[in-house]
Structures are given as C-alpha cells and as structure tokens.
Design a protein around this ligand. Structure first.
Ligand code: GLA
Length: 730
C-alpha cells in the first residue's frame, strides 16, 4: 500500500485500502492521469488513445504527429498555453506579459507521513498512517517550478492533493489561477452533486447530469459561503446511497473558491476545485513560494453512503484537532433566540438557572455584551464588556454561573467592525474599503483587513485580554457578512488580498487554539456560511444554520451530512412557533433533529411549563446516554427528506453492537399508509433488541424490509429507537 514508482513504465501508483490512483510521465515529460477508482493492480496506460484531432493543439516536439494533443489527453495538472483548450488548473502571467507555462516532469520524492502546508489547514497523520508523493514539474523558459503534493492515507481511502509554486526565475510573476486538484476521466457518463443554498437554508442537495459545457459552483464572497459549499461529488450515472462509483472533492479552505465539472468534445470529463481565480492575481517574486490550499479526495465503489463515511472519518479524526476532537461536547444553552440583544446579567443568570435545573452544562452569552451593542448597527470591534448593560462585571456573572455548575461561553465576531465603534474611529483604515468610494454594507458592518498582521494582532490582543482574565470555556466565532471593497491600504497588489485575508484568519485561529488549548471554539458565519473542512481544522464544530426549524434542519443537515461528520454540526432545540419559519413542531421532534449534531438549546427555558422543562431534563439525560454513539458512530442516511415521507438516519457503533434510529414523519394523511424504515450497517446474521419494546429483530430483516413506524396522529411526529446486538447468530 502507499506509493509506488515504476521506473520502467514511468508510472506513479497510489494505493489505499480500496482504491488506486495512477499517473505517468510520457515521452515529452508531461504528467498524464491514468486512473482513479476501485483498487486494481497493473498499468493502466492502455487507457490512453491517440488520434488526429482537428483543431486541437500539438506540442512542438511532436513534429508532424498530430495524434498527440494535450487537448485530448488526461492530465494531472493542465496548464495554460499548452494546447489544452479545456478549463485549466494553472495560469501565470510572466515578466514579459505572456501567459504560457509549459510544465514538464523533473523529479519525484516519496516520504513517510503526510505533508503539512505552512499557514494553511490540512489533513494530518502519523508517519505510520500516511505517505507523501511529491512530483516536481518545471517550465524551462521561466523556471517556474510546481510541486504537486499527494498525501495517501490508505486506511481511510483518502488521497489529498495540493500544489506548491516557486518562482525560480529572475522577475516577478503573477499567479492568475491555481487549482488544487484536477481529475480527468477518459470515458463515462457522470452526475455532479453540489450543495447550494442561502442564509438560513444552506446545503440543499442538487444532482445534475454532466453534459457538454462547464458546470460550476463558486464563492466570490471571501468566505466559503451559504450559496455553494466547497465540496462536490461526481458520480457514475445510477450511483445511489448503497451502490455505484463516486468521487468527492472537499476543499480545505474557507474563502472564495471555484469547483467545476466539464464534459469535453470527446465526451471526456474533467473535475477540478481550487481558489477562485476571479479577483485573484498573486504576485510571486524570485525565490518566493506559494502554497495552494489542500483538497481531500475519496472514491467509493459502493455508493454515496460509503463516500460520506470516508469523509466523516477523515475530517473527524485527521482534520479536527484539540481537546474536544473526540470528546462529547457539553450540552449548551445559547441566549440568542432567547433574548437577542435584549438582556442584562441577571437575565443571563436566570437562563443559566433554568439550564442548570435541566442538566445543561454550558451557558453561552451571544451577541450584545460588549461595546455599544443593543442592535446590529454598532459596537463590533470593541471587545470590552458593557458592564453598564450587564449590571455587573463579567467576572461576577461568570462566577455566579459557574456556581450553578455550568461552564460559561461567549460570542465574538473578530473579523468585523461597525462604523459606529471606537475601533473604527481610531483605525478607519483597518476596514476593507476603497479610497474615495462608499463601502458596501452587509448587516450594517464592515470587514476588518485580516490580510494585515497589525490588524490581526490588534483584535487578537483585545480578545486575549478577556480570555486571559475570565473563566471563558467556549467561544462562538461568528462572521456575519461577505467581503466586499477588497482593497487593502498597505499592499499595492490587490489580487493577493482575498487569499492573504484567509491566511490572516487562520493565523489568528492557530494562535488562539495554541494559547487556549482547553477552549472549545464553535465556528459560525450567519449560521453555516463558512462550513468547510478548513474551519474544522480550528473549530471542531460549526453552527450549521441560523434556521433552527426542525423540519428545515432535517434537509440542511441531510445536505451537510454528505461531506461533514455529525460531530461538526451545531444543532439546537428552539422555541415554537419557530422564529425563522413560524412552524410548530413537537418538542420531541425538535430534540430528534437537534440530536443529529452537537446538541443544545436556543430558547428561553423560563417560558416553558413545568412539564416541558421536565421533558428538557429527560432529553438532556437521553443525549448523554447516546452522545458517544452519535459523536463517534457511523452515520447512515436512511431517507432523502427532500423527496421521501420521512427524514430518517441512524448512528451505528463502529463494532456494530448498537444502533440509534431517528425518524421524523414528514407526511400525514387520512387512513395513513404504513411506513417502514430500512436500517443499515447492522451485523449480518445477528439479532438486535429494541430497548423500549424489548422486541428482538433479525438484523437482515431490519435491513431488507425495515422497521414499521407507529401510525400516530399529528404533524411531524418523531421516533427514536435504540437497538442493541443480543446475539451474533440465528
Ligand atoms: C449570527 C449567528 C447567530 C447569532 C447572531 C448574533 O447570525 O449565526 O447565531 O449569533 O449572529 O448577531
């Protein structure tokens, strides 16, 4: 397993447990892609075919051989100006203004362990868990050097890719496009699955056949965005949850990106993802190096369920870090939907008292505790406690809350600034604005220029003042607008700002987690506007959406589940009628939906009846019982809540000893037909006892026909069944 170089055939082969990836260098020194898919031995260069292709370019050295064209051959890293007219992965503007870059093979290196990327999040692994292949390419005219990085994690069926560009020439060049991973398929009909959305309705599932032309998803917003998630899947036609071949690309980056699938004139398909080249023009002086963010690749020959499982394990165990990586997260109560900006210390303490009575472990004081902040028009940037509003010091409030046995958490939006703030009055140039123009507002605020170190330092030291002094055990890191007016006051080269901004953000987060290793940080961007593998390197959970409606959440969490583990999904029970949709759902249903994530509450518990509070107490106890299974078990989608009459999913222990089934009925009719939910992931031939009824079921029947759901009256009823393996054999 791992990485093999065949000197005679000039092939590089990457093997994981179930997959193989192969490429070769050819007679002209081009690096051609041969194969990615189900595990196989041997050499796949027989897949390359050559024919005279009219209007496709031929490299000069091919002479009169018109059958060799990079416009038709599958490549690892297609570059501009080589006769390949499809979408390319790499474009440079050279000192002479030309835009060609003809990358040819130079050398390779195979090293133990997984490469890291300075300043960027990346999959990490022990030396015994991974191998790295580095392939060096070079343009001989400009001396631009490119190193393609491949990380191979055999046990996880994961291959990562990244690109390092070095300017070995004599003048400054501009990188105009650097995609991090490209996959060329010489044949096949595919569907592209992407996850689109909007604020409060993120990651809707979309599946489209890849036809001639380019299908593209992107963010130009400087954050990965609510609109398109930087994760996409290419499936063979007919692939479904349980069978069929499919490929995922998950971009480990939190800013603007572009992902696309293109079917070319010869019915070949190209898939790639990387930084958005729109607004990107990165200067590289002689001797300087540029690191492109990483892409996680995985292939499953057994459908989308396994594909997601691969991504879940990788992100949970090799991207997320820190004390809370594997730990069950504290059940929290967040003040936002309880009181929005309208609170004082006593009100927060009251919330905490109710929370303590219900067994909740962490009280989070959301937006509104700092500067002058009674609505969203002012105060951002002034991270000093508003003691006048609280009516007490923060120390006092925290100590009272700790006295109830609860941890204390707090909200920050470090990247933002209000024009009505002390920070902006003092440092107006710290905000991204274009001289002479009025900036574009988003939620009445501006964005701080995190591409500048002094800005990052300034906010960091403000934040540390509080975190050093107070017993704060959780931070919600929010970011409530997209970037605009991308103009930095210090650099002359604005094409670097969007990327440098994200590096500044990562630098801040890295410093924060290093200085406060016990702090739990939850990412957030108006809910799930920056839900990506990059952020999960720093924050092991992310508030999934500002939409807390249980039924909408089924769909949002369903979409999210394709690329991200449940341990990363912030999910809370909120009040009814729901504040975003006005919909009423039973308390039990809200609990079941919220248990598909890091569980918590977001409502005024003081407004509940004694009986409802008792129910909350019971829910928290139940969560504690199931939490290790939810956090570390395998997640199975059992329905598609966009089209089926249920939202259904299950958590199965890695050793198959237990299963928690979750079902929400989305339809109710007169004389209702019977719904059966088919389980997955149980041990074949074994028997399982359902805890509440005590009934024993054969695993195979549960997986073949399913489990009948009760015919209960009422909209959106939910059911949770816990199965324990009682015997291995019939
Ligand atoms: C964003 C978050 C919310 C809340 C508010 C506070 O919208 O997603 O959860 O924190 O900001 O302003």
């Amino acid at each position: 397993m791992g990485v093999i170089y065949d000197e005679k055939k000039k092939t590089f082969t990457l093997h994981t447990k179930n997959t193989t990836y192969q490429m070769k260098t050819d007679q002209y020194g081009y690096l051609l892609h041969l194969y990615y898919g189900r595990k196989t031995k041997g050499c796949m260069d027989y897949l390359l075919t050559y024919a005279d292709r009219g209007f496709s370019g031929n490299p000069y050295e091919a002479g009169n051989d018109r059958t060799y064209s990079l416009d038709a051959l599958p490549q690892e890293f297609p570059s501009q100006g080589t006769g390949d007219y499809r979408s390319i992965a790499f474009a440079v503007e050279n000192i002479d203004g030309s835009c060609a870059c003809d990358l040819r093979y130079e050398s390779y290196e195979i090293v133990e362990g997984k490469y890291a990327l300075p300043g960027l999040p990346a999959v990490y692994a022990g030396d015994e868990e991974a191998k790295t292949l580095k392939i060096y390419l070079k343009d001989s005219v400009t001396e631009v050097g490119v190193c393609l990085l491949y990380g191979v994690l055999p046990e996880l069926d994961i291959i990562t890719r990244s690109v390092v560009v070095t300017n070995n020439g004599h003048g400054k060049i501009y990188l105009e496009k650097v995609q991090s991973a490209n996959l060329d398929f010489v044949t096949g009909n595919y569907d592209l699955i992407t996850f689109y959305g909007r604020h409060a309705m993120e990651r809707n599932f979309q599946r489209m056949p890849v036809e001639h032309g380019v299908q593209m998803i992107e963010s130009r917003r400087g954050i990965s965005s609510h609109q398109y998630n930087p994760m996409m899947i290419l499936t063979k036609r007919g692939t479904c949850e349980d069978y069929g071949g499919c490929y995922a690309m998950s971009f480990v980056y939190s800013g603007s990106f572009k992902g696309q699938a293109e079917k070319d004139q010869y019915n070949q398909t190209r898939m790639m993802i990387g930084l958005n080249d729109d607004g990107f023009s990165y200067p590289l002086k002689p001797g300087e190096t540029f690191y492109a963010p990483e892409v996680i690749l995985t292939y499953s020959a057994s459908g989308l369920g396994e594909l997601s499982g691969n991504l879940h394990s990788c992100i949970r165990t090799h991207v997320c870090r820190g004390k809370y990586k594997d730990a069950v997260r504290p059940v929290l109560l967040n003040s936002w939907e309880a009181s929005y900006f309208d609170f004082n210390g006593e009100a927060i303490y009251e919330l905490a008292k109710h929370a303590a009575e219900c067994g909740i472990e962490l009280l989070v004081m959301d937006d509104g505790w700092f500067g002058k902040r009674n609505d969203d028009s002012s105060g951002l940037g002034d991270w000093d406690v508003n003691e006048e509003k609280l009516g007490e010091t923060l120390k006092n409030l925290i100590s009272r809350i700790n006295g109830l046995g609860l941890k204390f958490g707090i909200w920050f939006e470090p990247e933002a600034v209000s024009e009505d703030s002390e920070l902006f009055r003092k440092h107006p140039d710290w905000a991204l604005t274009i001289p002479g123009r009025n900036p574009v507002h988003g939620r009445n605020q501006l964005v701080l220029d995190f591409s500048r170190k002094e800005v990052v330092d300034g906010v960091f030291s403000q934040m540390c003042r509080l975190l050093d002094e107070e017993n704060i055990e959780y931070v919600k890191w929010d970011m409530n607008r997209a970037l605009s007016d991308v103009y930095s006051a210090v650099t002359k080269e604005q094409g670097r700002v969007l990327y440098d901004y994200v590096l500044g953000l990562y630098d801040f987060l890295e410093r924060l987690i290093t200085r406060y290793p016990n702090l739990l940080i939850e990412g957030c961007s108006g809910g799930g506007g920056r839900f990506d593998a990059g952020m999960l390197y720093y924050t092991p959970q992310i508030w999934c959406s500002d939409n807390t409606d249980a039924i909408d959440r089924l769909r949002i969490q369903y979409g999210t589940s394709f690329g991200y583990p449940v341990s990363a999904v912030g999910s809370h029970v909120s009040a009814v009628p729901n504040h975003q949709t006005g919909r009423e759902t039973p308390m039990n249903t809200r609990k079941v939906a919220a248990m598909s994530g890091t569980f918590g509450y977001e409502l005024d518990l003081g407004k509940l009846t004694a009986q409802e509070k008792q129910e909350v107490r019971k829910q928290v106890e139940e969560y504690h019982k199931y939490a290790p299974l939810i956090q570390n078990g395998r997640y199975y989608r059992l329905s598609n809540p966009f089209v089926d009459e249920t939202g259904a999913w299950a958590f199965v222990a890695q050793d198959q000893s237990e299963l928690l089934l979750n079902v929400v009925m989305l339809e109710t009719h007169g004389n209702m037909t019977q719904t059966y939910v088919r389980l997955k992931g149980l041990k074949k031939d074994a028997f399982y006892r359902e805890e509440r009824s005590g009934c024993i079921y054969p695993a195979d029947a549960l997986m073949e026909v399913g489990c009948p759901m009760p015919l209960e009256l009422g909209a959106y009823q939910a059911h949770q069944y816990y199965f324990v393996k009682v015997s291995d054999e019939i």
